[in-house]
Design a protein around this ligand. Structure first.
Ligand code: SME
Length: 152
């Protein structure tokens, strides 16, 4: 799926808020808003931050979730931090280690906000479409995460 707004426009908008001197909280909220508005196959977009050995939900747009705090190592989100790798799940039903946010969710992508080995958090996106996420989505989210890491 192509985003409605070109990926480079989303990246440029995030870059401009990062460079504006806005607070970290405002930047994280605006990044979620831009991604959700620009990509129709992104049904839930959120940012979790690492606090010790727990991921804490900072902000999101989409259906309410029970998963406000996730231990590192648990679920797709916690696995990304434990293994220090992004996660792209084409079919969440095939996973044992999955924390359901909404019954409609079919695919999930988690991209880390990091500086080398130091992980600050992650962008988590759910889609109601199976196989929703391609290399272009990871590339877009990686660019955004790289810009967000400047604020840490
Ligand atoms: N599915 C995630 C939990 C977060 S919700 O999708 C918002 C996981 O398995 O870690």
């Amino acid at each position: 799926m192509e985003p409605t707004v070109a990926a480079h426009e989303i990246v440029e908008a995030v870059e401009s808020i990062v460079e504006s001197g806005a607070s970290r909280d405002d930047v994280l909220r605006e990044a979620v808003r831009l991604l959700k508005a620009g990509c129709p196959h992104y049904d839930w977009v959120g940012i979790y931050l690492v606090e010790g050995d727990t991921l804490v939900l900072h902000n999101y747009i989409g259906k309410p979730t029970d998963h406000i705090r996730i231990p590192v190592g648990v679920g797709v989100c916690g696995t990304a931090v434990a293994e220090k790798t992004n996660q792209v799940i084409s079919d969440v039903a095939a996973l044992d280690n999955y924390l359901a946010c909404s019954l409609e969710t079919r695919a999930e992508i988690v991209v880390l906000i990091r500086r080398e080995d130091e992980i600050f958090g992650q962008i988590d996106v759910d889609s109601d479409r199976a196989n929703a996420f391609a290399a272009a989505d990871e590339a877009l989210l990686d660019r955004v995460a790289g810009l967000l890491s400047i604020k840490f």
